[in-house]
Design a protein around this ligand. Structure first.
Ligand SMILES: [Zn+2]
Ligand SMILES: [Zn+2]
Length: 337
């Protein structure tokens, strides 16, 4: 599979340029668009992780690759980690979604938490029918929050944006799933999910691709998570096990870091390079790509952060014999697995 970084900035887009004030921050090296990752699988299927502002330019790129002739349409899957603004705000500007005939499927975590005893419905059928009806549906199920379609619809309510979600005729369906389930499976590609610790949850996606020589390549996308001390790390480590490439949130400096800027904010739902490296080493990850870059910080800070992460990776290798290649995500970078 080919993997492209279309947006690596956390929380809010961060353009380079002159501001009203003295400080001019350079962000061109790591990029200013919020989270979006493109995956082109060996079987030709296309997948997008998150719809941050990076998805706008990705839509233009996809249009130049063909598939928009209006006859067969473009088939692709869009997986939303969670619906915080920085992960969905690009969708209203994603041109392929407006083109009738395209077949885009959007996936997000179901907020259906339980079904009441006595109902004949399975959890899966309850989600399919009711995940967009938040509240307690008498005698049926408990829903905490909206389904992915409803949340995306609210973003495009008339007072928020002039074009309603209904105009996105290229979107064929919205699918809510229970975290932990496998949501896509063919003979060569499987997508598994895991709930991460983040305010309101964030979903991690694991892509396993079977190659023609029988080997398997694995990509894991884990944005927006805060490891806790209660064994949660173990769950993430298991999910990262043996991955060739992990793209992981490292917005903050490590807890008790010698660097005092951009400190770790407990409870804000983000990780740091030290924790990610330790987990990646424990999981046998080959390459770790750090993302969700702090919007307050420019390229020179992130250059230094990358250096420190690489020094720490060398120290881990000396100490444990486990080698993890580490670098910061840069918008415009491609990886091949
Ligand atoms: Zn975020
Ligand atoms: Zn978030």
């Amino acid at each position: 599979m080919r993997i492209g970084i279309a947006g690596a900035r956390g929380s809010i887009p961060t353009p380079t340029g002159k501001t009203l004030f003295e400080r001019v921050m350079e962000t061109t090296k790591y990029g200013g668009n919020t989270t979006c990752v493109y995956v082109h699988a060996d079987d030709g299927t296309e997948h997008i992780l998150d719809a941050g502002t990076g998805i706008r330019d990705l839509g233009v790129y996809l249009a130049t690759q063909g598939g928009f002739n209006g006859k067969e349409g473009k088939k692709l899957n869009l997986y939303i980690s969670h619906t915080h603004w920085d992960h969905i705000q690009g969708l209203p500007f994603f041109v392929p979604a407006y083109i009738p005939g395209n077949k885009i499927s959007v996936y997000g975590e179901a907020k259906v938490k339980s079904i009441h005893p006595g109902t004949k419905e399975s959890l899966e059928s309850a989600i399919a029918e009711h995940s967009d009806q938040p509240g307690n549906l008498p005698g049926l199920l408990r829903v905490e929050g909206d389904g992915v379609r409803t949340v995306l619809g609210k973003q495009q309510e008339f007072r928020n944006f002039p074009a309603p979600l209904e105009l996105l005729k290229g979107i064929e369906g919205y699918y809510d799933f229970i975290a932990g389930s496998t949501i896509y499976e063919t003979s060569t590609l499987k997508v598994d999910t895991l709930a991460l610790n983040h305010p309101g949850n964030s979903i991690s996606y694991r892509f396993s691709e079977r190659k023609s020589d029988g080997s398997t390549k694995v990509l894991v996308f884990s944005t927006d998570f805060e490891p806790d001390q209660n064994g949660f790390d173990d769950k993430v480590i298991r999910f990262w096990e043996g991955a060739d490439l992990v793209i992981a949130d490292a917005q903050y400096e490590p807890r008790e870091s010698e660097v005092k800027i951009n400190p770790f904010m407990a409870g804000w739902g983000h990780s740091d390079y030290r924790t990610d490296l330790q987990m990646a080493a424990a999981a046998g990850v080959k390459k770790l790509v750090l993302t969700h870059h702090e919007p307050k910080m420019g390229d020179s800070y992130h250059d230094a952060l990358e250096q420190r992460a690489q020094q720490e990776a060398s120290a881990i290798e000396t100490e444990t014999g486990r080698k993890v290649q580490v670098e910061l995500a840069k918008e415009g970078t491609w990886y091949e697995l």
